[in-house]
Design a protein around this ligand. Sequence first.
Ligand SMILES: Cc1cc2nc3c(=O)[nH]c(=O)nc-3n(C[C@H](O)[C@H](O)[C@H](O)COP(=O)(O)OP(=O)(O)OC[C@H]3O[C@@H](n4cnc5c(N)ncnc54)[C@H](O)[C@@H]3O)c2cc1C
Length: 406
Amino acid sequence: MVTQPGLRYPVGIVGAGLIGLAVARQLAEAGVPVVVFEKEASVARHQSGHNSGVVHAGIYYLPGSAKATLCRRGVELLNAYCSERGLPWDARGKLVIARDEAEVGRLRELERRAIANGVPGVAWLDGPAIRELEPDVAGRAALFSPTTAIVDYPAIARSFAGDVGRHGGQVLTGAPVSGVRRDGDAIEVATAGRAHRLSRLVICAGLQADLLAKAAGDEPAPEIVPFRGEYLRLRPHARSRVRHLIYPVPDPAYPFLGVHLTPRVDGESDLGPNAVLALAREGYRRQDVTWDQVSRLARSAAFRRLARRNWRAGVHEMHGSLSRRAYLAEARSYLPWLEPGDVMPAPAGVRAQAVDPDGSLVDDFRINRIGPVTTVRNAPSPAATASLAIAEHIVAGLSLSLGTGR
Ligand SMILES: Cc1cc2nc3c(=O)[nH]c(=O)nc-3n(C[C@H](O)[C@H](O)[C@H](O)COP(=O)(O)OP(=O)(O)OC[C@H]3O[C@@H](n4cnc5c(N)ncnc54)[C@H](O)[C@@H]3O)c2cc1C
């Protein structure tokens, strides 16, 4: 590895979510001095700490895609990591439910993908077999994935951060990166009046990814459009009615998985998330609106194309966000007993969804390298599952490119 002599931390990482921390721990364990800059007061404050907590088995993804390969490798690495560190891993298993004949056809395609992706143990269930496993779930057919698991991602992120520190690296919280400047082969990163000179920089900034990547010399596209995912939580009396994770067959037009029921490792059970356009990058509540983001969306040709093509779905999601009854209508198609009194509001998450200039939602993971800078431009679900595998991929690219920036 060729780095500039005299640098205390030759590699810097922006963002202490699961991806930034997974990259940092791998580098630190390999003996590379590394520093992570995180603008919040602690790690995993955004997507990595506000998600469904699921370790996806790899059912949905196009065989051969980065999502498919990194998800399977990620499951293997994360399972070994959690067992070694004594972190919770509950392989509850999941049912993907087809509610009508059209969905049965789409579910067959998911079955083909699951087999091609090497997902272990998937089984096709007919209606009676569903009810045998889950008496309170309705459906024509289901794909059963017995290895889909639930974990505690914030605890995993804290453990990753601990690994970085133990191996001589540093996670600087409360350190927003306000500027990135290329200076020959080096990079200068500015945080609160300080300049850090680095040989390599990896930008894993989630909801801010496009803004920082652009500042570091990467393309402006794809842009990040934030989509809030709102959850409802089952009240205690309703929690024990369903044991497995229950998902609908997703709409192939969108990279989102549809409102699902997910038990959590703390014993709660959440329904969600929907996908509502957020008017602030970190807009966790409906009333979170920033002028900056609204004017960015208004100026964005990519967003206008996205909105023109998907306004119906957008209105539908907004309706579900405003009306609990409308929100529950979707879930009642496979959990017919659900009533508004069975649920209460739960914290939302915000997805960093990349959008290409033609207005299409970027489906696969996207990671760019511009000389000494690596930028993670699209890392939606299953990127928490795949975080250790994404880190392997990024670190392999760093070793190859170190000293040979283009
Ligand atoms: C609602 C929802 C449900 C999901 N469910 C699942 C699931 O069940 N399973 C799964 O595998 N995946 C799931 N995902 C996806 C998964 O959570 C993300 O893919 C993953 O957490 C991305 O990690 P990250 O490190 O890229 O981003 P983040 O966790 O968002 O981290 C980015 C970090 O960068 C920091 N940052 C940004 N700008 C700056 C700056 N200028 N200076 C310093 N720091 C900065 C932020 O503060 C943040 O901490 C879900 C996502 C959402 C939103």
